[in-house]
Design a protein around this ligand. Structure first.
Ligand SMILES: [Zn+2]
Length: 385
């Protein structure tokens, strides 16, 4: 969002020095909502007993799990119980980088004899992994099926219970977060409804390169090529804008402008949503392609993977990978969605490429091949949320 750039510039400079990995991602774009990748990582601490004396030689001894369905409430919850020989202290946090990992640090017990990992049923979490830290500390990583927030989980400990022959326990409760739409994708592009969102437009040029190339011009050019290829393959394409205009109206607020884009996709029940942007950074040598997703369903990350993969195959620019992020348009669209950054306009070599119709066509082909790969793999994954 160009209009935020000047205000953010100072902050971005600071980020460059403090946290270069975070600072590099999607600088000029869509910093509208607090990124959940940051927001969700509040540390939760559950101390078992204030004066718990941690004894040496303590170990994790057993792990069990069950999914509890409440038929009356219509909710379900995953409970994970880890037995330890003796008392431990635990702290936990959601890992913001992937957005869908719960990391629990266990202080006072080594991993011991539990398996390295336990595979779950994938309804709430896919897998639990036990990471050896040292003789006194271990870590439990829960790979979640969908993104959750702090309010969706609890970690606590239970004292040993001699009468019922129960050891000290670490308990992890995770609620199932229910997305609104059930999906059942078929392979192929024919008859699919695909929303394409060329970033910026009209009064908002987006980022501008050293040679005056405007982001809004490139995103529209690539989007029009994507539209042509998809329609040729029999898909129905919804363009959030077809020309160089604001979607909501000139000089609308950022939220009005972005929600106008998500409404196009939500109202027309698009199967997937693809937002196109070009990145920018203060250092002109930074370059490459990155794709962002917000994991509302089991398909968002797959969509990002497929599109990123094929953009790289097609374009040959540096692969900056896929990342979880809370950008407005991918969070507020109901269907699986991605935001692809097709290079850096701040990098003079990439600016030149981005203005080249042949390169624009390559990017469009990469996106269409990525969509085709997505529907093929999503069909294999079967129905579900
Ligand atoms: Zn942008």
């Amino acid at each position: 969002m160009r209009r935020f750039r000047s205000a953010l510039l100072g902050l971005l400079f600071l980020m460059l020095f403090l946290v270069p990995q975070v600072g590099m991602a999607a600088l000029n774009d869509n910093i509208l909502e607090a990124n959940p990748a940051v927001a969700v990582s509040t540390l939760k601490t559950a101390i078992s007993l204030p004066q718990t004396k941690l004894l040496g030689n303590n170990q994790l001894t057993n792990v069990r799990w069950l999914v509890h369905n409440d038929a009356v409430e219509g909710t379900s919850k995953l409970r994970l119980v880890i037995d330890t020989k003796d008392a431990v202290r635990v702290s936990s946090k959601l890992d913001g980088k992937t957005g869908s990992q719960l990391v629990i640090d266990i202080n006072g017990a080594a991993v011991g004899k539990v398996d390295d990992s336990v595979t779950l049923d994938g309804k709430i979490a896919d897998k639990v992994r036990f990471v050896k830290k040292d003789n006194n500390n271990s870590q439990v990583v829960v790979d979640l099926s969908t993104m959750i927030e702090d309010s969706n989980y609890k970690v606590f400990t239970l004292k040993s219970d001699e009468i019922n022959k129960k050891t000290f326990r670490v308990v992890v409760d995770i609620d199932k977060v229910v997305p609104k739409i059930e999906y059942n994708f078929t392979a192929g592009l024919r008859n699919k409804v695909i929303a394409i969102d060329p970033g910026h437009g009209g009064s908002d040029p987006g980022a501008i390169g050293a040679n005056k190339l405007q982001e809004k011009i490139v995103t529209l050019a690539v989007a029009q090529r994507v539209q042509a290829l998809l329609e040729k393959a029999g898909a129905k394409v919804l363009m959030t804008r077809k020309t160089d205009v604001d979607v909501y109206g000139p000089n609308a607020s950022a939220v009005e402008e972005l929600s106008a884009r998500t409404i196009v996709a939500n109202k027309n029940k698009a199967d997937v949503f693809v937002s196109l942007h070009i990145n920018a950074f203060t250092n002109p040598s930074v370059g490459g392609i990155a794709t962002y997703y917000y994991q509302k369903s089991k398909y968002d990350m797959l969509l990002a993977d497929c599109i990123q993969d094929n953009l790289i195959k097609s374009g040959g620019l540096q692969d900056r990978g896929i990342n979880a992020a809370g950008f407005y348009v991918i969070k507020k669209t109901q269907m699986p969605s991605v935001l692809a950054e097709l290079g850096f306009i701040s990098n003079p070599d990439e600016e030149k490429l981005l203005s080249n119709p042949q390169f624009q066509q390559k990017m469009a082909q990469g996106i269409v091949q990525g969509l085709d790969a997505f529907f093929a793999q999503a069909a294999k994954k079967g129905g579900g949320l």
